[in-house]
Design a binder for this molecule. Sequence first.
Ligand code: ADE
Ligand code: ZN
Ligand code: ZN
Length: 261
Amino acid sequence: MKFGSFHFIFLFFLSLLLISWGTIGHRTVGKIAQKHLSATAKIEVKKLLGTEILPLVSTFADELRPHKQFDYTSKWHYLNAPEGLNYRDFVAFLAADTVPNVYSAVLNQIKVLKSPSQSKLNKKFALKFLVHLVGDLHQPMHVSRAIDKGGNDIEVKFLNKKNNLHSVWDTGLVEYYGLSYTEMATEFDDASPADIEKWQKDSLEKWIYESYKISEQLYAEVETNNNLDYDYFPSHAPIIKKRLLQGGIRLAGLLNELYKK
Ligand code: ADE
Ligand code: ZN
Ligand code: ZN
């Protein structure tokens, strides 16, 4: 093999490390959101995105990551918190945390989208990031511990291969379904009107805390057993489904609110 292609393949796999819900997960969130947009929000989103669509812009933030000039966005994808916080202390932590994280990044994108003085180009960038980051913050391992880089340093066996806890949750379990993102969005999009109303009313802090509590459970499980064998997918598939669905429903709710008449 030529060095050139080896180099390319190496960089390609390196770029898959340390990212977020993979392509399918993010696109599923974007597609579900698209289906739940109000008429007004659809128009406003289209004004910014033109011919681009929510599911396809959902991975834009990861596509920037290899580029040095966007290094300043790399901490926007996740949040690291101390262990064992109750909801009150977690919210206090969010308010006090000064490192850039997914919480402050989401708030900042909303601010840009709301601001009359921001350019259309800045708003387009902010919308693309918002779609991505609402997805990321619903990935439980994106609200996790600094010490193991959100589970990237936690070695597990998944489907009899060496893997890490973070990557299993970004892509391993999502790809296990063997569905395209459109199939997945159709398959998962069955929330009741009551769930939709409740989920959209929950605060951003709550969305993030839910991931924090789930990752706490996932950490505890692999401490007992890090061989994630044939029963790991069936026992965790309901979490994958719920988090992708909530991500899509809540993203739609956020945009519907933002572009209310
Ligand atoms: N992705 C890369 N680093 C991370 C971290 N420290 N926590 C969560 N997700 C990450
Ligand atoms: Zn990730
Ligand atoms: Zn991300």
